[in-house]
Design a protein around this ligand. Structure first.
Ligand SMILES: Nc1ncnc2c1ncn2[C@@H]1O[C@H](COP(=O)(O)OP(=O)(O)OP(=O)(O)O)[C@@H](O)[C@H]1O
Length: 264
């Protein structure tokens, strides 16, 4: 079991302060504070249009915030491009673009970061090492793949997400953002993906898990950050909440009405 995170004493891996994002006249994020601590899985939940993707697009350098500050390991950063986010060791696994279907598992794992061998300026792809490494990491993760040469299109939906998660693990990402990884999956695929995410956490990686599926999120997340129409309306540890409360919050019901709960 992973150790409990002391959020009072620990510097967050990612800290975002007072973030505002305007798209023309749309105020997509309103004075949002958001943090991710080392080794935790944060569920980012909220209804359609709540601002989840916008927040993640700021973290991954797709868009810039209109105002507010982003800190990475305590240092103020300007994540102005997708490359900049990669340099910080932030990886995103999109539900529909996680893998390239007609490439092998090994090719997918090293896509854009192929290993090479050779002396001096003449370099060739080191296919053998990539195969061996692919075999090792998929075995470690428990991916049911017959060979690293298997084309990814023959993998199940859950295994495809697994390949993308294995890639993030191999390259030692500090933060992995999973965008709706369980939507479109059958029950066994969901179970596998949730297991893979837990292994990612076990390996010390922090995870942001974006989903509309609260029961899936509740199974693995340590903390939930709830958005409603651009506002952060909740930031709760798992042990402080349940799926019913999260559901109400994301629908716009105010967080913990103390007067109501005090009434007999
Ligand atoms: N590129 C854009 N240009 C203009 N408006 C945008 C853009 N991206 C998002 N928005 C608007 O910003 C608001 C927040 O959208 P966002 O996509 O961040 O929400 P979301 O919580 O990810 O929703 P979903 O779950 O449907 O993906 C919405 O009103 C949306 O229409």
């Amino acid at each position: 079991m992973a150790p409990t995170i002391d959020r009072e004493q620990t510097e967050p891996l990612l800290r975002m302060e007072n973030i505002n994002k305007w798209y023309g006249s749309v105020h997509a994020l309103k004075n949002v504070d958001f943090s991710v601590y080392p080794g935790e899985i944060v569920g980012l939940v909220g209804d359609n249009g709540a601002g989840k993707s916008t927040l993640v697009e700021i973290i991954t350098g797709v868009h810039s915030q209109t105002s507010g500050d982003v800190f990475w390991k305590g240092e103020r950063v300007d994540i102005s491009s997708v490359n900049e986010a990669r340099k910080l060791n932030i990886e995103t696994v999109f539900q529909d673009q996680a893998v390239v279907e007609d490439r092998s598992v090994a090719q997918n794992l090293f896509l854009g970061r192929e290993l090479t061998t050779g002396v001096g300026p003449i370099k060739v792809l080191d296919k053998e090492t990539m195969r061996t490494e692919a075999e090792k990491i998929t075995r470690e993760l428990g991916l049911d793949i017959s060979s690293p040469d298997q084309e990814v299109r023959f993998c199940s939906g859950g295994e495809k997400q697994g390949v993308a998660i294995a890639r993030a693990m191999y390259f030692d990402a500090d933060l992995v953002i999973l965008d709706e990884p369980t939507t479109a999956l059958a029950i066994s695929g969901v179970r596998k993906v949730l297991d893979f995410v837990e292994q990612l956490k076990e390996s010390g990686t922090s995870v942001i898990f974006i989903t509309h599926n609260l029961p899936h999120a509740y199974r693995i997340c340590d903390r939930f950050v709830v958005f409603s129409r651009g506002d952060k309306v909740g930031d709760l540890l798992k042990e402080e909440t349940n799926t019913d409360e999260l559901e109400e919050m994301q629908a716009g019901v105010p967080e913990r009405d103390t007067e109501t709960t005090a009434t007999p």
